[in-house]
Write a protein that binds this ligand. Sequence first.
Ligand code: DQA
Length: 160
Amino acid sequence: MPNTVLILNGPNLNLLGRREPSVYGRETLDDIAAACRVRGEKLRIRVDFRQTNHEGELVEWIQQSHADVRGIILNAAAYTHTSVAIPDALRAVALPCIEVHLSNVHARESFRHHSYISPVATGVIVGLGSQGYLLALDAMARLIADADAANADGPRSLST
Ligand code: DQA
């Protein structure tokens, strides 16, 4: 079964490239998706990259994570600061989650300083632009490898 990592993007990230380029840069979401797929190939990870403007759709995608999904990289965009349903879904599926933001949300308006996602995230990467997605993939590959190694060394393999 391939190791699949879901990369989920929330509202207005479809406008990257022309949306506030001084904050978010000139790269489009397609550029970021392409770079993630290249990095995924190197890491032997299948990248499933998606964007939606709808909170409920993010919840559905998290809930529907297939058995081969090993982790979720999430830029929930504005829903980061408002959603209870998204972290609830993350808790329900109990997959490793890395929260990513292109901008340094802590250096911006105070309403961006609080994240409902961070308490359920394994790690958080902010302020590094599109590089944050690639760093998140590197980190996720390590988390998957560590989990596999722990499984191989665990009590189950000792008894077989
Ligand atoms: C963002 C930061 C959020 O505060 C904002 O609402 C976004 C993008 C980022 O990637 O920097 O839409 O998540």
